[in-house]
Design a protein around this ligand. Structure first.
Ligand SMILES: [Zn+2]
Length: 500
């Protein structure tokens, strides 16, 4: 009856961009869907503040690191409001409790003999904050950061990752451990072909980060502490939330950090005597008008600017409909406007508004007896089947196909409304007209429930206009009859004018 979903925590070396928005929306759809079906949900997001990257960016900005991260964290917190993200908690890894818990887990793994002292020599990418192997490089450069890594040798602590190879392979062989399966196969073939080396989990001589509890000359490698946020936010080991919500049901992450989550993280957990998470859900990267996200795109990649011009629901809908889970996708205002105008306005909003305003006008704002003829019976069967499929799509994190079928229900509603011509029927057979409108209103109610995880503002408006509150998935099965409605209002307007 409980469900724990997380996003990755974000570096705060710059303001959030549209890629951050995408990940948060995915996790939010999952959280809202699980609440809708009656689960108790804990939804976590937050910021990764101990990274050297943050400290470097602060230095460049000429601001003390703590002040710099405090300032940027604000933008990430604001983003959750802008996008209607329903997170239950926002963790910052500079919080005292996170620091203590990270040190506690480090010590636990050390005491177990899974962390030992040695020397590290390798190629270090400052962008990744991680050592790379020759194999990772493309033309001698880190493919992610387009810079050659620096050779580095230092005294260091190592985590015995190699010891857990067989257990991790076993985890990865479960079809639900990493979704989608292409991303699982990538990890499986990498872990099987590579000799799994021990992982360096310390950095010497830094003045930013979490101290290794037994050796103050070293800081805990930022990835080691960052991953721990998922349990420190639940007050591991004795917190009520930890007992209730761990293991996580879904860690939502970008493809670039899959290895850290599906190989390193479970090994750390097993070593510390903690259960591994249930699912790592991997999404792709976004481009904007075909271009890779970079600072030079400016306002084009700023989710706050995009939502200013459109609506949070527009952007959320676009993400869910346009980008198949696990694949890369492209954002453009033109595509967003097309989706909004052709789908949300022409189909969903049009049907809901017509039905609700006709009920205002021709049925004294009442949903009375529902039409139950042959046509309606046939349509109900079709809708029921689609609802079942939509449920399955949501559970499989396939939001795109969920929406496709929701739009088909919208089509059914539109065809039914148009075919009955209630504006004519009201003159010839007002009783029948009201029954038709009541049948239509029940489809409106279903659409609001089905779309609630994706476009919550829309669903809230429909609920209000139906004079209902807090609809749940189970309300799909309850016919709405003998009920007074509220006042109909237009739900989505066409995006007009030039879109860039
Ligand atoms: Zn890199």
């Amino acid at each position: 009856m409980r469900f724990y979903v997380t996003t990755a925590i974000d570096y705060v070396n710059a303001k959030p961009h549209i890629g951050h928005a995408y990940e948060k929306v995915i996790a939010d759809i999952i959280a809202r869907f699980q609440r809708l079906r009656g689960k108790k949900v804990f939804f976590l997001t937050g910021t990764d503040e101990n990274a050297q990257k943050n400290s470097q960016a602060a230095k460049e900005a000429g601001i003390p690191t703590k002040k710099f991260v405090d300032r940027n964290v604000k933008y990430f917190k604001e983003l959750t409001g802008i996008l209607n993200i329903s997170n239950d908690h926002f963790i910052r890894t500079t919080e005292e409790s996170h620091i203590k818990i990270s040190q506690n887990i480090f010590k636990k793994v050390l005491d177990k003999g899974d962390i030992y002292k040695g020397f590290y020599q390798g190629l270090y990418c400052e962008g990744c904050e991680s050592y790379l192997t020759e194999k990772d490089l493309v033309d001698g450069k880190c493919p992610e950061h387009q810079k050659p890594p620096k050779p580095l040798k230092e005294e260091a602590y190592f985590f015995k990752l190699s010891k857990y190879k067989d257990q991790i392979i076993k985890l990865l062989e479960s079809p639900t451990f990493v979704i989608p399966k292409e991303k699982r196969n990538e990890m499986l073939s990498r872990i099987k072909s590579d000799e799994l080396k021990d992982l360096c989990v310390s950095r010497k001589g830094l003045n930013w980060g979490i101290d290794i509890p037994v050796d103050k000359k070293h800081k805990i490698y930022v990835w080691f502490d960052a991953l721990i946020n998922y349990v420190s936010a639940l007050d591991y080991p004795d917190g009520k939330k930890f007992k209730e919500f761990w293991p996580a049901d879904a860690h939502v992450i970008g493809k670039g950090i899959n290895w850290f989550h599906s190989v390193i993280w479970p090994a750390m957990l097993i070593s510390a005597g903690i259960k591994p998470p249930r699912t790592i859900l991997v999404h792709g990267y976004l481009t904007v008008n075909g271009q890779k996200i970079s600072k030079s795109l400016g306002a084009q990649i700023d989710p706050a600017e995009i939502v200013k011009r459109y609506e949070a629901d527009h952007l959320r809908y676009f993400f869910a409909k346009e980008i198949p889970m696990g694949e890369d996708g492209d954002f453009s205002s033109k595509n967003l406007a097309d989706r909004v105008n052709n789908e949300l306005v022409a189909n969903i909003s049009n049907f809901c508004y017509r039905t609700l305003s006709f009920i205002n006008r021709y049925s004294e704002s009442r949903i009375g007896k529902i039409a139950r003829g042959e046509w309606e019976k046939k349509l109900l069967k079709e809708i029921e089947k689609k609802i079942e499929n939509i449920h399955k799509c949501y559970l499989d994190y396939n939001f795109r196909d969920a929406i496709k079928q929701i739009l088909e229900i919208g089509d059914i509603g539109n065809r039914y409304f148009q075919g009955n011509e209630p504006w004519v029927l009201i003159k010839n057979d007002p009783g029948k007209c009201k029954e038709v409108l009541a049948f239509s209103a029940n489809i409106v109610k279903d659409l609001a429930i089905l779309l609630k995880p994706i476009i919550p503002e829309f669903a809230g408006k429909v609920e209000k206009q139906l004079n209902l509150k807090d609809l749940k998935w189970r309300d799909l099965k309850k016919p709405l009859e003998n009920h007074r409605t509220g006042k109909a209002k237009i739900l989505f307007r066409k995006i007009e004018g030039k879109v860039s």
